[in-house]
Write a protein that binds this ligand. Structure first.
Ligand code: ATP
Length: 298
């Protein structure tokens, strides 16, 4: 089994519940306050580790309490944190989240150290990585760092899984260097201009992305499951029916699980089924990292 090297963000989510969201310039007195570890990179690293992956996490935090707490949490999940850099010039990433009674939210992210993870640091972290390892990466770090990481992996023969979240346009030369691209409906829509809502529109979007050179496209479709396209053939892999209570981090759980199954050498349909089962379990529980399942629960 190869290593899973997750390259991405680590944040502390600061959540305050409120009767209603404030208007610009207004102060409202809120309710309960919660502080949770988050960030797409961190969530995906934790998901992969809990599901049995041999995980290294490449990230950057500030020299502060939030960063230290985050790293301690990763270690408790058995993640190799040796490639986490500490930047004395920056604060660790935070997300300030207000949630009203209807579940509507307002989020401001201060990326802090995440925005300062460089191509050189990623290259250093990948020094001992090689074919047989799997790199899993998202877009909450600078795009230039993502591009450099993908190029380096292509040179070393390392398979890259890219979860292109949050949605943003990508340079054309990135696509042929990806083993698997895992967008959700919004991201697939932004990358192709096709509004993706079901298996038929996912197929059209996946064909377009495959034509740009991606090895395999997997579009997540929420409760409908995931659409898989290998360049020739496509299929919808249905999600198990569950009672969903909180879908936060469902996409992160899916990507982390997919990386585990791929690193174990499972074929793509089996790997996607594994990812659907893990993500379905995560939506039955509240929270982001708190909802991520362990292998024995599947
Ligand atoms: P989020 O932003 O909420 O983390 P996302 O938009 O990135 O999620 P989705 O496509 O909503 O990603 O969900 C990812 C995967 O999680 C789906 O492909 C599916 O396997 C699983 N999933 C999501 N919602 C449900 C649900 N209600 N029931 C079962 N499985 C679900």
């Amino acid at each position: 089994m190869g290593k899973i090297i997750v390259i991405g963000s680590s944040n502390t989510d600061m959540v305050v519940k409120t009767g209603r969201l404030p208007a610009p310039g207004e102060t409202v007195i809120g309710g309960e306050f919660l502080m949770n570890p988050g960030g797409k990179g961190a969530n995906q690293a934790v998901a992969a580790a809990r599901l049995g992956g041999d995980v290294r996490f490449v990230a950057k935090v500030g020299n502060d309490l939030f960063g230290k707490q985050a790293v301690q949490g990763f270690r408790r999940d058995g993640i190799d944190t040796s490639p986490i850099f500490t930047d004395p010039q920056a604060a660790s990433g935070v997300a300030l989240i207000s949630v009203d009674e209807k579940g509507e939210n307002c989020i401001v992210v201060a990326p802090g150290a995440n925005a300062r993870l460089t191509a050189e640091e990623v290259s250093q972290a990948l020094e001992n990585a090689g074919a047989g390892d799997t790199v899993l990466i998202q877009l909450e770090i600078p795009l230039g760092t993502v591009e450099a990481a993908v190029r380096l992996c292509a040179k070393k023969g390392i398979g890259v899984i890219l979860n292109p979240a949050p949605a943003q346009p990508l340079p054309d030369d990135l696509f042929p260097r990806l083993a698997i691209l895992v967008p959700n409906e919004t991201e697939a829509g932004l990358l192709t201009g096709i509004p993706v809502t079901d298996a038929a529109t996912a197929e059209a979007a996946a064909r377009q992305l495959a034509a740009k050179g991606v090895g395999h496209v997997v579009i997540t479709l929420g409760a409908k499951g995931a659409y898989s396209f290998d360049g020739q053939q496509g299929q919808l892999i249905e999600a198990p029916h569950v009672h969903a209570v909180d879908t936060t981090a469902a996409g992160d759980c899916f990507s982390g699980a997919l990386a585990v199954a791929v690193s174990e050498g499972q074929d793509l349909p089996a790997a996607i089924d594994f990812a659907c089962r893990a993500a379905a379990l995560s939506v039955t529980r509240m929270g982001a990292q708190a909802s991520l399942p362990y292998r024995k629960e599947l």
